[in-house]
Design a protein around this ligand. Structure first.
Ligand code: ASP
Ligand code: MG
Length: 442
């Protein structure tokens, strides 16, 4: 058995759904369990509709039109989708009357996207000679905690998923399961979601629980790339990365896989292959527990905009136990999470990525240190073999010096797979290009 996951843009319209159906058919003999996201930007549309409903207006015209038009173009029965659209309107009416939107209701609301998309695909496959059965994730064993909007799956899914998909895996049931990504139910029967982009986790969870041969996530590019092709010239695909490297890539802004989705794979070392739906023949990139051959010095370069750099300087810090704890406690108090840190004896520099106001935090920190806050920074990250960091740093800084780029902070973890640096947002694309040229050739 294998698992095939298709994201929103792969199923964005009738034409793309037909194409995905043809890919599923091509892999039918490998017994694929298929995981789908909501069509195109449906999740965002639903969230917008919720906001509009809060202000008293019920409007799902774009979601409705997309799904009705697509069903029509595919020539499939709209009935199961019709009743979901009706239910969705009821829900939005409720929100508009109560002027209230809890996290629980928000999860219920966005679940409609995935639920409609699996019904669409399943109907199309069945109408065209491939036996398929759609499932809402809870019908194949997905139970989570009640942490709405970013729920964690419960341990029992390791048992419940095989209980539900065992017949398909063994060949007793030949209908290809088409399963909603991203959603689950808690013990009370309330719908939860696994966080934005969560359908990757659905796919890897199924793959690992079923001990599948491989989990495939299908994208619109040739697997994992050495840098973002929208910003950098001459990118190419990376044949192999480890789970750790893939998670770092995702944290630092690459469009790879949801970072949390790597966790289930580690249990049985299930390989994940990132494939290109526009280039089926290409092997894509393989994500594995350990490199099969020699580790390359540099795997990829990413950048993530919108960081704020905070410099905390205090001479009182000299030799003072507990000073760091005090600084970090202020971040805890204001619920602001820290991304990167660099310290010296009398100063600590850190980066955050938040839309929250920093006034309160600043006031608190200023009581015992001088604070400098600089916005519009980017974190540029070299995903690399840190055992070779001196060599990599030398090459990187030589190249940046030649181009007169001033790096404002740098951090390298002891056991990590990356070197990160802070530059101005306005310079980030150029920095990535310079580093890419240096490590992968211009
Ligand atoms: N549809 C959800 C989202 O857009 C989940 C996913 O695509 O993985 O975040
Ligand atoms: Mg999506």
């Amino acid at each position: 058995m294998i698992v095939m996951k298709f994201g929103g843009s792969s199923v964005a319209n009738a034409e793309r759904i037909k194409h995905v159906a043809s890919i599923i058919k091509a892999y039918a003999d490998q017994r694929p369990a298929v995981v789908l996201s909501a069509m195109g930007d449906t999740t965002d549309y639903l969230l917008e509709a919720a906001e509009t409903a809060l202000h008293g207006t019920v409007d799902i015209s774009n979601v409705e039109k997309l799904h009705r038009d697509t069903a029509k173009e595919l020539g499939v029965e709209i009935e199961p989708i019709n009743s979901l659209l009706e239910e969705l309107k009821f829900l939005l009416t409720g929100i508009s009357m109560l002027h209230e939107l809890t996290k629980r209701t928000r999860d219920y609301l966005v679940s409609f996207g995935e639920r409609m998309s699996v019904r669409m695909m399943s109907a199309y496959l069945n109408a065209n000679g491939t036996a398929a059965q759609f499932y809402d994730a809870w019908d194949v064993g997905f139970v989570s905690d009640s942490n709405f909007m970013s729920a964690e799956l419960l341990d029992e899914v390791w048992k419940t998923i095989p209980e539900h998909l065992g017949d398909f895996a063994s060949g007793k049931d030949n209908r290809i399961p088409i399963i909603t990504g991203f959603i689950a139910k808690d013990k009370n029967g309330y719908i939860t979601t696994l966080g934005r982009g969560g359908s990757d986790l659905t796919a890897t969870m199924i793959g690992s629980a079923m001990q599948a041969k491989e989990v495939q996530t299908w994208k619109d590019v040739d697997g994992i790339l050495t840098a973002d092709p929208r910003a950098v010239k001459n990118v190419h695909s990376v044949p192999e990365v480890t789970y750790d490297e893939a998670a770092e890539l995702a944290y630092y802004g690459a469009q790879v896989l949801h970072p949390r989705s790597m966790n289930p794979c580690r249990v049985h070392k299930t390989p994940v292959r990132v494939k290109n739906s526009y280039n089926i023949e290409s092997p894509g990139s393989l994500i594995v527990a350990e490199h099969s051959g020699e580790k390359p010095p540099v795997t990829a370069i990413t950048s993530k905009k919108g960081a704020t750099l905070i410099d905390v300087v205090s001479t009182r810090m000299l030799g003072q136990p507990g000073f760091m704890a005090h600084v970090f406690n202020q971040f805890l108090k204001w619920e602001i999470s820290i991304d990167m840190i660099a310290t010296s004896e009398v100063s600590v520099s850190l980066t955050i990525n938040t839309d929250k106001s920093l006034d309160g935090l600043k006031e608190d920190l200023q009581r015992y240190a001088s604070i400098d806050i600089k916005q519009n920074k980017s974190i540029v990250t070299i995903i690399c073999d840190v055992a070779r960091s001196s060599e990599i740093l030398e090459a990187a800084f030589d190249a940046l010096l030649r181009e007169k780029i001033n790096v404002q902070m740098i951090s390298q973890g002891a056991s990590k797979v990356n070197i990160s640096m802070i530059v101005d947002d306005s310079e980030a694309s150029r920095v990535v290009q310079i580093l890419h040229d240096e490590f992968f050739g211009a």
